[in-house]
Every structure is written in C-alpha cells, then in structure tokens.
Design a protein around this ligand. Structure first.
Ligand SMILES: Nc1ncnc2c1ncn2[C@@H]1O[C@H](COP(=O)(O)OP(=O)(O)OP(=O)(O)O)[C@@H](O)[C@H]1O
Ligand SMILES: [Mg+2]
Length: 262
C-alpha cells in the first residue's frame, strides 16, 4: 500500500519558486493499477519520483507498506528501491557504459547475492520477454529510442518488484510494441499482484487502469475508478497471446524515434 499525506514540494531558482506538488494526499492499495494523467508540467514525474523515494518532498508523509520514505536515509532508500520498486524513467536513464543486458541487470547487481552468471541469465530471460534478445550486447547509443525504452522496462522487471512506477512507458513505441509492453505490465499487475502506477498521456492506456488520478498545477483534481468493459479485457488478452510470441524488430515509425534529448 502506498500513501501520500499532505505532500508538498517546490523547486527554487534565482528568480522564482515553483510549487510542483501542492498538498497531495491519496492512498493506493496493493495490486491496484493506477494511471496518472494531466498536462505537461502538472507535476506527474515529480510525484512519481517522490513516491519511489528518488526525490524528497519538502513536507508530508510518503509511506510504502507502512514505512515513511521521507524518514529513511539514502542507504535504506537504496535497499528499498532495489528490493521492492521498479522504476521506468521518462528519459530511460540507461547507463551509457553498460550494454543492454548489463543495464537490465543493474538492480540485481545492486542488491542480490546472485552470481554474475545468475544475474545475466535472469536479465536474458527478461530481455526476451520484451523482444530485445537480439540487442543484448548493444550499448544505449546503438539503440533506437523505442529499443532503449524496452531495455528500461526490462530493467524495472528484473528484481520482481512489488510496485512498478512507469513514466510514460509507451511514449516512444509503435502500436505493436506498445501492446507488448502494456500486456507485460498488465500481466505483472493481474497475475502477479504487482501494484502498477503509470503516468500516461495516452487515453487508451489510462482506460486499462483500475483508477485514474488527474493532476493539474501540482494538485490532484480528480480521482475516478474505471469501469472495466468485457471488450477491453478481451482485447488485452488477445493482443497478449499474439504479441508475446513475437520477437521481430519493431517498425521504425515516427513514433519510434527518440523524443528525449540527453
Ligand atoms: N529539478 C527541477 N528544478 C526546477 N524545476 C523543476 C525540476 N523538475 C521539475 N521542475 C518543474 O516542475 C514542474 C513539473 O514538472 P514534472 O516533470 O513533474 O511535470 P510532468 O507533469 O511530468 O510533465 P510532462 O508531461 O511534460 O512530463 C515543471 O514546471 C518543471 O519545469
Ligand atoms: Mg513527466
């Protein structure tokens, strides 16, 4: 269970203070799939970073299964993230000096007692699930934006986290690869009980969630439950069986090109 109580966060520069999170309170139950929507600059990525203990709020409580993340030191937070949290960054944040399979393995290198061989075997099986085995030894700069995104997604799965935060996980992907990734996220959520928090601009992704939080100017302006239609569930399971079998290279569409600058 993830809970925010009266969370505030501002950024300061020389000229101004930007209030990015203004008194945010909500509670998400274990196993929920929550979509966060809202205009650019409304605070979605900031909220996700605070929820995952990557960033500290100015005040308020952020608790994950009863542990207040705002009260933990960096080392404890790193342990919590390595054990319990998967995070897909909006700009991927792959390490440029590591190849694809090593990037996927990072959370395991950070936490576990697994041998190098075991880590690479686990990373390899996750890479396969996102249809990226054929790029295992490529470095991030040798990958397309959509491929980098799939590596970032694989990395978030590798430690079998109990909660996954995904910041626009399908933004750089073509339709087919978006479906594959959504199916993988949904599988984790529905079959493995992983709590899923997805920031998205895509109404079709938001429709798949149990619940949608809408942000505007640093506030949650609506919190609504989605009604699941039978057709949505059917469509999702159909696309799963077809997309998970494929390991073909994604089509390079205009959607598949890099959108972020690093
Ligand atoms: N490190 C920072 N320093 C200063 N301002 C920041 C910083 N990070 C974010 N901001 C500002 O906080 C506001 C919210 O940013 P945030 O990235 O959370 O928005 P967002 O809803 O994720 O937007 P988008 O949909 O474009 O990704 C923006 O106005 C942004 O410029
Ligand atoms: Mg963002």
């Amino acid at each position: 269970m993830l809970e925010f109580k009266n969370v505030f966060k501002s950024f300061h520069n020389e000229e101004e203070t930007i209030d990015v999170l203004k008194n945010i309170s909500f509670r998400m139950e274990t196993g929920e799939f929550v979509a966060i929507i809202g205009p650019s600059g409304s605070g979605k990525s900031t909220l996700l970073g605070v929820a995952a203990g990557l960033d500290k709020p100015d005040s308020g409580v952020v608790s994950l299964d009863g542990i207040d993340l705002t009260k933990q030191n960096e080392s404890k937070l790193a342990d919590i993230r390595a054990d319990q949290i998967g995070f897909i960054f909006q700009n991927f944040q792959l390490l440029p000096g590591l190849n694809a399979i090593e990037n996927v393995g990072i959370p395991l290198y950070l936490k576990s007692s697994l041998s190098e061989k075991e880590i690479l075997a686990k990373a390899e099986s996750i890479l396969e699930s996102v249809a990226m085995s054929h790029r295992a030894t490529h470095f991030p700069k040798q990958l397309s934006g959509g491929e980098e995104q799939r590596i970032a997604i694989a990395r978030s799965f590798v430690n079998d986290p109990k909660i996954i935060f995904a910041d626009e996980p399908t933004a750089n992907l073509d339709y087919k690869n978006s479906q594959t990734i959504l199916d993988l996220l949904l599988y984790r959520n529905k079959k493995q009980g992983t709590t899923l928090v997805v920031v998205t601009h895509d109404p079709d992704v938001a429709k798949l969630a149990d619940r949608v939080l809408e942000m505007k100017d640093g506030e949650i302006i609506s919190d609504s439950k989605n009604k699941k239609s039978a057709s949505t569930a059917k469509k999702s399971s159909q696309s799963k069986s077809s997309s998970q079998k494929t390991s073909t290279k994604p089509k390079q569409t205009s959607q598949g090109k890099k959108k972020v600058s690093r």
